[in-house]
Design a protein around this ligand. Structure first.
Ligand code: KIV
Ligand code: ZN
Length: 534
């Protein structure tokens, strides 16, 4: 093993660190849908979760290991504190994977040692060594992270890394846990590690970083220039607090500027060979999927995947782009899977055309999923003449969204307008199959619908975010509603798409309530699960 691999390993932690942001909680089926898409995207390693954190996390890691951790598939990884029980849970959950990795960690900064771990440096050194060796007794592929490395005394960091590698770590990950470092400092830290850890040539250097100062991607690129060869990142940059380094930004920076980065990886500057294994045409779809399932909206001006990333508003820019795209565009939108093919199907299109187009868009649905999506497609096509790729994507994502189907919206009826009191009637099918109807008055039609739904479901909660976005332009566009609600300390998200935004609002709300309801039914209280996350 050497740090001089000639390409960059992409380690995706959307399902572990990404899932740690409030409200991004995913159920097992949703995690599996995302893991399959990450495999299609071509990530090298999927951190599928933190097996010890809860029975749900354990099952999710196990299922991903079984279904995605196949021959020629990505390495499936589980996080584990440097504690025997954590490592055992990770090893057990990862058993079905052909290529598996345990990622174990312990804090190394003085501030963490003093206030969080209450341990001396000598104790931490011994634990790191012992637990890496213990993890190694289960499998060969072991990653070790000295948590808060960016604020750790470099001399101590070198010692910990040396001991971890000697004990069997094949990847050593350098986390900027609190998003504190700057690019030149982070680059120098990687250089220092290469120069001062005697056995560093026996491990890959990885980096992990949070975006508290908005510097995570810049820090990683500087780390690459100094010898880091694995990047830990998430789709849309989601994650703890301000999030993690964003996969799409890193991959596209390495792709668009490969002439600049090539020499750092020992390649001729003009080499056209990709620096990562990522199929960039899957980026946009993956971003939308993660946003829909986690309820974490992508800001319009977000680099690469934001709605405005390829939109030119100014007249001068538009004029230039029409004459030659390269005047104002540094990359082609098709590279990330955006298509110019906007109008594809209509209400006379058959199942075959539907299936073929979905395949072209990269969706592989089971027969049952295809049937359900086709019924939805026909409903939408009845209301909307032209169904674009964006609409198809919204329909399919909505259908494969796996929120537990406990309550179901059967009817929504509203009466509103000027000089009228917004009134809503809703009928929900309960988990027991009973149909319950109630009505309410609200400040507007959505408020009235939500009040009526609350009267049926009867779980107190606070709506903290409500957003409607149009999938395409035009009066008959599909509206996508994303909501987040809070119950005690936990946030739940819901998402739905419909040509009727009041119906979409009702479905998104019930979708979130179903997640809340499901979490209340499990043994662990929601705040206990949150407390165990890293
Ligand atoms: O931010 C962090 O330090 C982490 C570690 C567990 C790698 O997420
Ligand atoms: Zn992290």
């Amino acid at each position: 093993m050497t740090n001089k691999t000639d390409r960059i390993i992409i380690f995706d932690t959307t399902l572990r660190d990404g899932e740690q942001c409030p409200g991004a909680t995913l159920n097992i089926d949703e995690k599996l849908v995302i893991a399959k898409q990450l495999a299609r995207l071509g990530v090298d390693v999927i951190e599928a979760g933190f097996a010890f954190a809860s029975p749900g996390d354990f099952e999710a890691v196990k299922k991903i290991a079984q279904i995605v951790g196949i021959e020629n598939g990505p390495v499936v990884c589980s996080l584990a504190r440097a504690i025997k029980a954590d490592i055992e849970a990770a090893a057990e959950a990862l058993k079905p994977a052909v290529n598996a990795r345990i990622h174990t960690f312990i804090s190394t900064s003085d501030i963490h040692l003093e206030y969080q771990l209450r341990k001396s440096r000598a104790e931490v050194l011994a634990i790191a060594e012992e637990m890496v060796a213990y993890a190694k007794s289960f499998m060969t592929d072991i990653e070790f992270s000295p948590m808060d490395a960016a604020r750790t005394d470099p001399e101590f960091l070198y010692q910990v890394l040396e001991r971890a590698i000697a004990a069997g770590a094949t990847t050593v990950n350098i986390p900027d846990t609190v998003g504190y470092t700057t690019p030149s400092e982070f680059g120098a830290m990687i250089k220092g590690i290469i120069e001062n850890v005697p056995n560093i040539d026996q491990a890959i250097i990885s980096v992990h970083g949070h975006n508290d100062l908005g510097l995570a991607v810049a820090n990683f690129l500087e780390a690459v220039k100094n010898g880091a060869r694995q990047l830990e990142c998430t789709i849309n940059g989601i994650g703890e607090r301000a999030g993690n380094a964003s996969l799409e930004e890193l991959v596209m920076a390495l792709h668009v500027r490969r002439q600049y980065f090539n020499p750092y990886l020992g390649r001729p500057a003009d080499s056209q060979e990709s620096l990562t294994n990522i199929d960039t045409r899957q980026i946009y779809k993956t971003s939308r999927l993660v946003s829909n399932l986690t309820g974490m909206l992508v800001q319009p001006n977000k680099a690469i995947v934001g709605a405005n990333a390829f939109a030119h508003e100014s007249g001068i820019h538009q004029d230039g782009v029409l004459k030659n795209k390269l005047t104002y565009e540094i990359m082609d939108a098709q590279l990330i899977g955006l298509t110019d093919n906007q109008i594809v199907l209509g209400k006379h299109s058959g199942r075959n055309a539907f299936r073929t187009r979905l395949k072209e868009l990269g969706f592989e649905l089971s027969d049952t999923e295809l049937n359900k999506a086709f019924v939805r497609f026909k409903e939408v096509a009845d209301k909307k003449k032209e169904i674009s790729d964006w609409d198809l994507e919204a329909i399919v994502n909505d259908e494969i969204q796996q929120a537990p189907d406990l309550f179901r919206v059967e009817l929504v009826q509203v009466s509103c307008g000027s000089n009228a009191r917004p009134t809503a009637t809703v009928t929900l099918r309960t988990p027991e199959g009973e149909e319950l109807t109630d009505a309410a008055i609200g400040t507007g039609p959505v408020d009235a619908v939500y009040k009526a739904i609350n009267r049926v479901v009867n779980v107190p909660n606070e709506l903290i975010e409500f957003s409607v976005q149009s999938v395409t332009a035009g009066i008959d566009a599909i509206g996508e509603v994303t909501i987040r609600l809070r119950y005690e300390s936990k946030v739940f998200s819901g998402h739905a798409a419909n040509t009727d935004i009041i119906v979409a609002s009702a479905q998104a709300y019930v979708n979130a309530l179903n997640r809340l309801y499901a979490s209340l039914q499990t043994q662990q209280k929601p705040e206990e699960v949150t407390a165990q996350k890293v």
